[in-house]
Structures are given as C-alpha cells and as structure tokens.
Design a protein around this ligand. Sequence first.
Ligand code: CMP
Length: 131
Amino acid sequence: MLKPDAIENGHMGKIIDMIIGAGFTIKAMKYTRLTTEQAQKFYEVHAERPFYGELVEYMTSGPIVAAILDKDNAVADFRALIGATDPAEAAEGTIRKAYAENKGRNAVHGSDSDENAQIEGEFHFSSSEIF
Ligand code: CMP
C-alpha cells in the first residue's frame, strides 16, 4: 500500500516509478480509501499495540493505493526497497528514506511474508481485479 501521507505529499507517481524500476510488475492496483473497519481488520495483528488507534486513524485519513506486486523474491526485495519502518533508520535509496515523514506516517506498507501477501492481496482485490 501507498499510505495517505505519500498521496497527500504528492509522491504517488514517484513511488510507483521506483517500484516498477526495481523490477516489480503490477498484478493489481486500486486507488481507494479504507473505512475504519477495514483499517482495523487490516492491522488487527497490531490491535494490542499502543499505536493501534493512531495507526487506524491515520490509515483512514485519506486515499491510499493498494497493489499486488510480482517479482522473484518479492517480499524480501520489496522490504529492501522500502527500507526500515522508521525513515531515520532507512537506508539511502529506499522509498521510506526519500518519502516517509516518520515511523507512523511512513509512506508505504509491504507484506512481511508470502502468506500475508496472499491474505492482504485478497483483502483488497477480488479475483477479477488481479491480472
Ligand atoms: P507497516 O509496515 O504498515 O506496519 C505496521 C505499521 O504500524 C507501520 O508500518 C507503521 O506505520 C506503524 N507503526 C509501527 N510502529 C509504530 C510506532 N512506534 N508508532 C506509530 N506507528 C507505528
């Protein structure tokens, strides 16, 4: 997902360009806005964390771009491309280093496993929207 801060700050096109430039192909893409219920569900693994309420509020604060990406070794390579959760710790050349504001408003989300990529892809897209 490209998160609300990335859209709000006008970085949508540049981030998508970095993703394609890094060798990912786009299997599905959608410009949408999460409802509170959707954001709560998407991040339910973090429900007990102190930042959960803030995270849900932020993720529903404006439109996002959801995408399913394809590449060999996609999960690890995408996490390398986006960089550390906190942009202060993100490596030079990563999306978060270039575009994230802080640990919460951090521009992009990437799935942390193939299994979660499958679940998160199905969360956003029906089979007819995946190419
Ligand atoms: P993401 O990769 O989408 O996964 C969980 C999200 O929770 C994370 O990116 C951040 O946006 C958010 N997050 C993680 N840690 C913190 C924190 N300490 N404070 C606020 N938000 C956080």
